[in-house]
Design a protein around this ligand. Structure first.
Ligand SMILES: [Zn+2]
Length: 166
């Protein structure tokens, strides 16, 4: 997390922090030194980290993405039993078990751009209809317009061999 500190004469006592485009913006009184600020920033940072992690690993958020993709690309016809973040998937980005209609998405995706996460959810949703990686499968996944870009992104992470397996 990068940090940007702004000191102001107008501020007397309080330090405030907010996230702006991935940068932690700190507003501090002019008289406070870096050493004074350090423990305060560490505390604020910890709080923001936790808040972000909670948000990133919110299953409700995942459900919303899947719901939107289902509406947009599958006419809302797909049904699944469960869709959850998983911290157990270190080698894969997602998994789908068509037999019991459960989908797991690796927590590592929470840190990647949204379109990459959407692609992986799309990929796993398509497995509800096509268990293999055949032509029909890729046709379904290809309805998501950023599929190629997302695959390229994952490839660039040099994890292609272990990316999205069903
Ligand atoms: Zn797959």
């Amino acid at each position: 997390m990068s940090i940007n500190i702004t000191r102001s004469d107008k501020r007397r006592k309080t330090v405030s922090a907010r996230m702006v485009g991935g940068v932690l913006e700190i507003q501090a009184p002019a008289h406070m030194s870096d050493a004074d600020l350090e423990p305060i920033i560490a505390k604020l940072q910890g709080r923001i980290d936790k808040r972000q992690q909670r948000r990133e690993l919110d299953d409700g958020d995942l459900a919303k993405i899947a719901h939107d993709l289902n509406q947009r690309y599958f006419q809302g016809k797909l049904k699944w039993q469960s869709l959850q973040w998983s911290t157990q998937q270190d080698k894969r980005y997602g998994s789908c078990t068509p037999a019991d209609q459960t989908i797991r998405i690796s927590h590592r995706l929470a840190k990647l751009p949204r379109f990459v996460l959407e692609y992986v959810v799309m990929h796993e949703l398509a497995h509800l209809l096509e268990a293999n990686h055949g032509r029909n499968f890729w046709k379904l996944v290809g309805r998501y317009p950023l599929t190629e870009r997302a695959r390229g992104y994952l490839m660039a992470l040099d994890l292609e061999a272990v990316t999205v397996e069903h």
